[in-house]
Write a protein that binds this ligand. Structure first.
Ligand code: NAI
Length: 335
């Protein structure tokens, strides 16, 4: 696909979203790949203009272009509109949440050499939202696990391992207790694993997995987990390598992909030009990889690493005094 002119949907989001999205766009533009950005709106701004946080136009744009780069969007707690992120994920069936966790020079972490990629199932498990009250004093939530969803997340994880030369996939689970649901999850992952004999496969109970990740995260390579465990383990892994400000992510389906940072809209620091755009710039690098621009993705990664390890132009969250603009400029210069 490399070499084609292509359109990418850009959702700036709100809070620090427009600042970090602008930074990521600037870095990608500096590569001169001839991308065209199609800006689309979501969140509070969209409610004012369209009466909904996730206008049909925005979804149509992603469907048409198949790829989007998205800044964070504020989700009001309690009342107000439903989560834009969940809305996008559901509408486009983005069933795989992929989160790399890699140590980077210059970022405070007590580990070195961590290079993990987490594949979290993104559509079911306890997050299917099948809940109800039983009378007034009890509530029940149904944990839905299907063979189809478990197989396709496993397929993504193993295919990624094969294509990137990784050696091992580990499934995290609680099948010792959740015998039917996680039992089915493991059965599906094993079926997929059988098609990848060159990749080692093992299974670790999720509580032991948490412990082993904290003791020595370099022990692991690719992790595949059902939704809830995947959510928790991926934040844990972000913490192992330096926190939210530097954690990129991707939401992949069969027909579309949305790349976004793990962090939120950080309203307290919005508009001050001090947000760290690293996570979204690295998410844009994941997008480049997805589009087949592997060398360019590596250049972005190296430029970000160079600026962070030099330490001169880093933002306050990383202990520096530079602005978002300064950091971005330095990354562009290092490309
Ligand atoms: P948050 O990630 O926005 O902020 C947590 C802490 O990290 C804050 O102290 C913030 O200032 C800091 N922080 C986050 N990103 C940063 C960056 N790039 N540079 C420097 N500091 C950064 O999480 P919070 O406060 O729980 O959520 C705020 C809003 O964002 C909520 O409405 C939430 O629903 C939404 N959110 C949206 C997401 C998305 O659109 N993908 C993901 C997570 C939260």
């Amino acid at each position: 696909m490399a070499g084609e002119v292509r359109k990418i949907t850009l959702i700036p989001g709100d809070g620090i979203g427009p600042e970090v999205a602008g930074a990521a766009r600037q870095v990608i533009d500096a590569l001169k790949l001839g991308f065209e950005w199609e800006e689309a709106i979501a969140g509070a701004g969209a409610v004012e203009k369209y009466g909904t946080p996730l206008p049909e136009e925005t979804l149509e744009s992603i469907k048409r272009n198949k790829v989007a780069l998205k800044g964070p969007v504020t989700t009001p707690v309690g009342t107000g509109f439903r989560s834009v992120n969940v809305g996008i994920r559901k509408a486009l069936d983005l069933y795989a949440n992929v989160r790399p966790a890699k140590t980077m020079a210059g970022i405070n972490s007590r580990y070195t050499g961590v290079d993990l990629v987490i594949f979290r199932e993104n559509t079911e498990c306890l997050y299917a939202g099948i809940e109800h009250m039983i009378g007034e004093d009890a509530a029940e939530s149904i944990r839905l696990i299907t063979r189809k969803a478990s197989r396709r997340i496993a397929q993504r994880a193993f295919e990624f391992a094969r294509q990137t030369g990784r050696r091992r996939v580990t499934a995290g689970h609680k099948a010792n207790i959740l015998k039917l649901t996680d039992g089915l999850f493991l059965e599906a992952v094993r079926e997929v694993a059988a098609n990848y004999p060159e990749i080692a496969y093992d299974e670790v109970i999720v509580d032991a997995l948490s412990l082993r990740l904290v003791v020595d995260p370099t022990e692991f390579d690719v992790l595949v987990l059902p939704n809830l465990f995947g959510d928790i383990i991926s934040d844990l892994c972000a913490g192992l390598v330096g926190g939210l400000g530097v954690a990129p992510g991707a939401n992949l389906g069969d027909d579309a992909a949305v790349f976004e940072a793990v962090h939120g809209s950080a309203p307290q620091i919005a508009g001050q030009n001090i947000a760290n755009p690293t996570a979204l710039i690295l998410s844009a690098a994941l997008m480049l990889e997805h589009l087949g621009y592997t060398a360019e993705a590596a250049r972005v990664h190296q430029a970000v690493t160079a600026v962070i390890s030099e330490g001169k132009w880093v933002t306050p969250d990383l202990g520096g005094t530079a602005t978002t603009t300064d950091f971005t400029k330095a990354v562009v210069q290092n490309l």
